[in-house]
Design a protein around this ligand. Structure first.
Ligand code: ACM
Length: 550
């Protein structure tokens, strides 16, 4: 062990073991409390397991998935036993929080407690990281001969309830199998929100039954690359969308991993693909041609919010989203919405007068108010809370009330504080450094993307959420989220290269108490991740590991 690594190992475990420091396991995210001991639990050919009863057999369902992978990868035969005879025991402790768990490993037994299935799920993710190979988490075969777990006592719970990742599939479309892979890695990092950015100027990616042209027209454009500067549209036909059945399959896959999906339909801006599908009622100038956009940037071709049919359209889309996605939140976007078309449109000018404002941004807020009223009139099971990007704070948001969530990206810390002071909830997704589509190094081998390579894994790691937030506003901060925009990223392997390992850094900010987060310690634990990425079949920024090896 190098002096550096020894120092890092001591940092975590020595205070708990006065005599000898045991090696620190490479867990990401780092648990809230961990005491390392000497020795290990050694798996035999057979494993007897006790699983506590739970309504709907939900703990058993969680365990069975883990156990199927354990058996497939290691050959260990798992059977159920009474508590006294079992070597692995999953027991309820109703005093723990929703996602909390304890995991105690001795040479004789492994004990897990949690109050809810999510806690058991996270305990098993941790157990998977404690094994000598990440193959069990990935469910792929491996040549490890001896399966052991180090002696350790963990008491763990997340710092934040919202630990998210957003993928933009409006600009480029990757498909179901890629999404499932990302959900698998998210689950291993204990991330619990997948924000699915499904619509953009450059493509509408979700079937909406009432408006079939959204996908028959809006999901296709005549260029794979998106033009910007010297990069011109290439003339290729480029298309892709999810059917509602596809989306439901993803919903189920995510649920099994305790990930909620937050679908985003970005309206009324970033909507040129929708406008091109139904210009007759969505555009401000239906007499002109409209096409799915071939360029990067912010299109001025926004939805005509003063047309009652456009408002009805948005309500109908919300109805179908509510039906497909059974989770608590919908994201209606709201970022970067130019008002220039509204300023030229007679209906919009008239409506601005009717609502008694001179600020065209208020038309956007008025549009959202009507959508909120529509949702509020639904039965309880179909109620959804709304999330918006922080630009909506620039209008008169009073009509939206305080029961909305602001996703803070531009000037994120200030915007989040502003939202919290106004009584809204907020999520921190700072463009710098949490937009993990930006180049992650200055190396010439870095793929084409946004940024200059300054958002390194270290910079991402060192962002401290909720710095200097007054205690009385702390409850408004729901958590953190990494975002991935795909203007420059056409292929799934490039998405993966850019997002890993930086997603691990954001995951740790979402889970681990801030005082325990130290970059040298994280970098040391990170060295176990390449194996995991290889087993999962995802690409990653390899230079992060090569640099450390020097
Ligand atoms: C954003 O980056 N436009 C939310």
């Amino acid at each position: 062990m190098s002096r550096f690594n020894l120092f890092v190992a001591l940092l975590t475990c020595v205070s708990l073991l006065p005599m000898r420091a045991a090696a620190q396991p490479s867990l990401i995210p780092l648990p809230a409390s961990m005491q390392c001991g000497e020795g290990q639990f050694r798996f035999g050919e057979k494993l007897k397991v006790f699983v506590d009863a739970y309504p709907g057999d939900s703990i058993a369902t969680v365990f069975n998935r883990f156990s199927a992978s354990l058996t497939k990868v290691t050959g260990i035969k798992v059977s159920r036993a009474k508590e006294a005879k079992a070597a692995l025991r999953l027991k309820l402790d109703k005093t723990l929080g929703t996602e909390a768990y304890t995991l105690k490993v001795t040479p004789d037994a492994i004990d897990i407690t949690a109050a809810r299935p999510a806690g058991f799920f996270y305990a098993l993710q941790t157990l998977g990281q404690l094994l000598p190979s990440r193959a069990v988490l990935a469910g792929v075969s491996d040549d490890t001969k001896e399966w052991t777990v180090p002696v350790v006592t963990i008491a763990d719970a997340p710092r934040f309830g919202w630990r998210g990742f957003m993928l933009d599939e409006g600009r480029h479309f990757f498909g179901k199998e890629e999404i499932k892979k990302l959900l698998d890695v998210m689950a291993a990092y204990k991330l619990n929100r997948f924000h699915w950015h499904l619509t953009e100027d450059q493509g509408w990616r979700l079937e909406i039954k009432k408006y079939p042209k959204l996908t028959s027209v809006g999901a296709t454009r005549q260029s794979k690359v998106l033009g910007w500067g010297d990069t011109k549209p290439d003339g290729q036909t480029y298309a892709g969308f999810y059917t509602q059945d596809d989306a439901r399959e993803i919903v189920q896959y995510a649920r099994e991993r305790f990930i909620e999906i937050v679908p985003e339909v970005d309206i009324p801006g970033h909507s040129q693909a929708a406008v091109a599908s139904y210009p007759e009622f969505l555009s401000c100038d239906p007499q002109n041609p409209h096409e799915v956009w071939l360029w990067q940037g912010v299109s001025p071709d926004v939805i005509n919010v003063a047309n009652p049919k456009a408002v009805q359209f948005a309500k109908d889309v919300i109805d179908e989203l509510t039906d497909i996605f059974p989770f608590g939140y919908l994201h209606l976007g709201g970022d970067e919405c130019p008002t220039s078309k509204w300023e030229q449109n007679a209906e919009c000018k008239k409506m601005l007068g009717e609502i008694g404002s001179k600020n065209y941004r208020d038309l956007q807020i008025h549009f959202y108010r009507q959508l909120m009223d529509h949702i509020a009139a639904k039965p309880a099971a179909q109620q959804r809370k709304l999330i918006f990007w922080n630009e909506v704070l620039h209008g008169n948001t009073a009509p939206l009330g305080t029961d909305i969530t602001i996703m803070a990206w531009v000037g994120a810390d200030g915007a989040a504080l502003d939202a919290a002071k106004r009584g809204m909830h907020t999520i921190l997704s700072p463009q710098i450094p949490y937009y993990i589509n930006r180049r992650q190094s200055t190396l010439p081998t870095e793929p084409r993307s946004q940024g200059h390579g300054t958002e390194t894994v270290e910079v991402v790691y060192n962002y401290a959420p909720m710095n200097n937030v007054p205690d009385n506003l702390a409850g408004k901060y729901m958590g953190v989220q990494a975002n991935f925009w795909t203007e420059w990223v056409e292929e799934a392997n490039v998405v993966q290269y850019l997002m890993f390992p930086r997603l691990a850094a954001v995951a740790e900010a979402g889970w681990t108490p801030q005082p325990l987060r130290k970059y040298p310690d994280f970098l040391k634990r990170l060295q176990a991740e390449p194996d995991f990425y290889e087993f999962m079949g995802v690409d990653y920024g390899k230079h992060v590991f090569q640099e450390n090896a020097k």
